[in-house]
Design a protein around this ligand. Sequence first.
Ligand SMILES: [Zn+2]
Length: 251
Amino acid sequence: MDTLLTRTLSVGSVGTDVDGIKRTVYRGLDSYDKGQRLKKHMGNKLAVRRTYGTFFASDVNRLKVRMGWTQNGKVEPAFFTAMSQRGYPDALAVDLLTRYAKAHPRIQIYYPFPYGEMGGVCQGLHETAGIDDNWAIDFCARPHTTVVAVEAGTITKLSGRSPNDDTWDTQGVYGWSVHFLTNEGYRYYVTHFGYRQPLSIGMRVEAGDTIGKVGDQRFRPDHVHYGCSSPRGDADAKARITAVSKAPRII
Ligand SMILES: [Zn+2]
């Protein structure tokens, strides 16, 4: 089962998921003590229910001991799964956790090359010539290595060598290029493809989808130049493409 708890909760956490977890933990404690913990909890103010304080951490520890877990004051996704197996979350708790998960989607980021392909960073952060505020990292690999979309997005532009031109000699340094935009507003520019997937403007790509293959540039290192611009500025763009260079490979 894919857990509804999308983050580890601890003292200081605030959110709808904390409220859902509080209901779950109090129902768990009530199942042992035949107590009135949940009823008492429901009498509290909303602001208090959404906040993970030290008192709640001690309640979590009490339940953890009962269930044979180590006391650490935290609710991890695995502990939530264990509570689910015992039926502690009620429908309202599940609803609160589902709402939190929807409002805070986990962003999936992948490395440009899939698992099983060789290749890695061969030039660190540098600005893309010709596109303002676009920060790139070069990923070197053997010609024809598969390249994926590092995040989900929409294709905004296709450029570079004409797909009808299959003369390698005219490929030059650029090859084919793909531009795509994510929901969060990141604009990616990927270039030096020797082969590009049959993509079209407006097409949706999911994180990990193949978008092309590394070119064969003969006299220079073969690589893709993966650049990112952010509506939140240069520092954010640099952080994002750096995160891409450290992301897991899609399997
Ligand atoms: Zn580059």
